[in-house]
Design a protein around this ligand. Structure first.
Ligand code: ADP
Ligand code: MG
Length: 681
């Protein structure tokens, strides 16, 4: 098998230079990669219907002989329509194809094929539209469908794959040791590869899938463990003394027990363990992660090192900067802000301070990890809202110091089994308690016709001294008809409903300085209402705000709604969240009802994962993990199994470098080199 990764696909008959380039587009350049290019789905061709038995529209598989030569007609607009008639013992059927000038060469008059496709029935009778087909001799009953690209159809890919499989030696090495395969009833690699591409029946397909999914997750699991093991061998900045008690006296509130535990975990990591800290602090929105991070920064700084705090947006960085500045006033700790939108001269000044050590704590955005930024003695790197950063960005920040300690903060609650893998290289502290006197946000779902009522309610709340957010999903004018742009929307609000109340507006199109000025005005209670796009989604903290109204709520994911809602309910007043939606679909209603029934981020994340699948759940691969070829992060059972097998392997072989794990190790390298995890997103 390894040698097949060095054999280019062009070595296969039927794959010339042109096709090889198309395969390249699909990420396939070697024969080995082609064998690992698994079908996207399957069509079950095993149930063959006699033509005479087709009475209703639907998808069918027939076994029939081509009874007329294929005729081509050019339609208006240059589209090509190809037609033929096929027959079996019971009757005849018309077939039509679109835009495939080669059909007449592919279908031989008088030859027998399996045809699989949609039957439509109209006044002219039944026809099968654009079916897929294969000669009867191919005998494939469960037909693989591959992700295709222009010029490279699923069928072409399938036949190239068959030729690639023919190149597999009779016996191939198996990354999963036999011991493990036997214990868990997993089939051998060769069998699995053949059956995943052309299974004889559904049982064979299931067995192949199970084997390959398990292997991939085991490989991912062990890879993450080895990253962790590696970081355990690096010694972090020497922290001798704990200053967290001193820090607590600076806070205007008492820490919750959960916050204290998280801080203690960090301090223990840094002072007692010989290696650097790699810790994730996970806590729902509003659980007070900032104070935890601030405390840890304080301890590191008082021990003579610098700390860097990276936030995903300029707004958030600016806000954290203000919070930290206020907290640390009078302590002599020098704090600076570093963001991309700052004036060059300003940035230069801050960077100089970081280099000579006069700036002890820096809050910033991605500007922190550009090559221009260097530190005198970086002892701690913090990333806020980790789901916004990839593993690579985390690594880049760490590279700014001599193995600084790492603290990662995340509000995205992830189902536990998944968390174990995604954050497999981190130790975890959970803040499972909200600060006292928080009242759960009351959430309701209403149709747009009720807006007037909500506006009146907002007016009342403002009258009580509170503030409100109104979120609309769009930035640009007319991006979608029927949905107002944030600006139009704000203009109408100000003129019609709140002429006497100061309304601020932020959206993605504003310059960072403009955004900041508006946010600042809102934080200072100069604006009573803030009309915003999702730029306020993460982290923004204005405890006086008590109403969050979300327009077109159906356009947001549940986890995102939960993040948005987390902007209210941060003070002691009862807060409200109003989800406006005119989309009456059952699925939409069910999703939004979850929001109304719970404030528990974990439950919402679970529901979200169930309803949308992991792809959407994570947005643009925000987990920062390598891309999987076959496994799926939502398959909890497989995740658990892989965890168990990875444990077994470590128990039996002790060390990944064990010679018997040579092939498994090669797979780990391959998965983690496949790009994705180490690209900046
Ligand atoms: P998140 O975990 O979402 O980042 P923050 O750190 O922004 O939450 O904290 C949310 C709000 O709760 C802030 O206004 C913060 O000052 C306040 N807060 C944090 N910890 C406590 C506490 N122990 N007691 C009271 N208020 C707290
Ligand atoms: Mg936060």
């Amino acid at each position: 098998m390894p040698s097949l990764y060095r054999t280019p696909v062009s070595a296969l008959t039927g794959v010339g230079k042109k096709r090889a380039e198309l395969f390249e587009k699909l990420g396939v350049s070697s024969v080995g990669e082609l064998i690992n290019y698994y079908p996207r789905s399957y069509e079950d061709w095993s149930a063959v219907t006699a033509i005479a038995d087709i009475q209703e529209e639907g998808t069918y598989c027939i076994r029939a002989t081509v009874g007329t030569a294929v005729s081509n007609a050019v339609l208006y607009g240059g589209r090509i329509l190809s037609r033929t008639t096929v027959y079996d013992d019971s009757g005849t059927l018309k077939l039509v194809f679109f835009n495939n000038r080669y059909i007449s060469q592919m279908l031989a008059y008088g030859a027998e094929y399996f045809f699989f496709g949609k039957i439509t029935i109209d006044t002219h009778g039944s026809q099968m539209v654009a079916p897929t087909f294969a000669p009867v001799s191919a005998g494939t009953r469960i037909h693989p469908i591959y992700r295709q690209t222009a010029g490279l159809s699923s069928n072409i890919i399938a036949s190239a794959v068959q030729k690639a499989l023919d190149m597999l030696p009779e016996t191939i090495g198996d990354p999963l040791p036999e011991l493990i395969r036997r214990k868990y009833g997993l089939c051998g690699l060769r069998q699995a590869l053949c059956d995943i591409h052309s299974p004889k029946n559904t049982e064979a397909l299931e067995a192949a899938r199970r084997r390959l999914v398990t292997e991939e997750l085991v490989v991912l699991n062990l890879g993450m463990r080895s990253i962790r093991e590696h970081s355990r061998t690096l010694s972090g900045a020497r922290i001798g003394r704990d200053f967290s008690a001193e820090f607590e006296t600076l806070l205007p509130f008492l820490l919750t027990n959960a916050q204290k535990r998280a801080i203690a975990d960090c301090v223990r990591d840094m002072t007692e363990k010989p290696s650097q800290m790699n810790r994730l602090v996970q806590g729902d929105v509003g659980s007070g992660k900032t104070a935890v991070a601030a405390s840890v920064c304080y301890t590191v700084i008082q021990n003579g090192f610098q700390a860097a705090f990276m936030a995903p947006t300029e707004i958030l960085a600016a806000q954290h900067f203000e919070t930290f500045q206020k907290l640390l006033e009078g302590t002599g700790v020098s704090v600076a802000l570093l963001t991309g939108s700052m004036k060059e001269s300003e940035k230069k000044r801050v960077r100089k301070g970081l280099e000579d050590g006069s700036v002890q704590l820096v809050i910033g955005t991605h500007a922190l990890i550009t090559d221009k930024t260097a530190f005198h003695a970086l002892g701690l790197a913090v990333t806020d809202e980790q789901h916004r950063f990839g593993v690579a960005q985390r690594a880049k920040l760490l590279s700014k110091g001599d193995n600084p300690h790492l603290l990662v903060m995340s509000a995205t609650p992830i189902p536990r089994t998944l968390g174990l893998i995604i954050f497999g290289d981190l130790d975890i502290s959970v803040i499972d308690e909200l600060p006292p006197n928080r009242k759960p946000v009351r959430t309701v779902m209403l149709p747009g016709s009720q807006r007037g009522r909500i506006y009146r309610f907002i007016r009342e709340e403002v009258g009580k001294g509170r503030q409100a957010y109104i979120v609309c999903p769009l930035v640009e004018e007319g991006e979608l008809t029927g949905v107002a742009s944030a600006e139009e929307y704000a203009a109408e609000l100000m003129l019609k409903h709140f002429p006497d109340i100061p309304v601020g507006i932020v959206h993605g199109k504003l310059k960072p300085a403009e955004k900041e000025a508006v946010m600042d005005g809102f934080a200072k209670n100069e604006y009573k209402i803030l009309v915003a796009t999702t730029v306020i989604e993460v982290g923004v903290d204005v405890p006086n705000a008590s109403v969050m109204m979300i327009e077109n709520a159906e356009r947001f994911g549940l986890s995102q709604l939960h993040q948005l809602r987390g902007r209210v309910g941060r003070g002691e007043a009862q807060s409200f969240c109003v989800l406006i939606s005119d989309n009456g679909g059952a699925v939409t209603r069910r999703r939004l009802e979850v929001m109304c029934s719970t404030n528990d981020g974990f439950r919402i994340a679970d529901e979200d994962l169930k309803m949308r699948g992991p792809g959407d759940f994570f947005g643009e691969r925000q987990h920062g993990l390598p891309q999987l070829a076959i496994a799926d992060f939502a398959e909890t059972k497989s995740l658990e199994l892989s965890q168990k097998i990875a444990d077994d392997i470590m128990m039996i072989y002790h060390d990944l470098r064990n010679d018997e794990l040579r092939l498994l190790n090669a797979e780990i390298d391959r998965l983690f080199d496949r790009g994705g995890h180490n690209t900046m997103n």
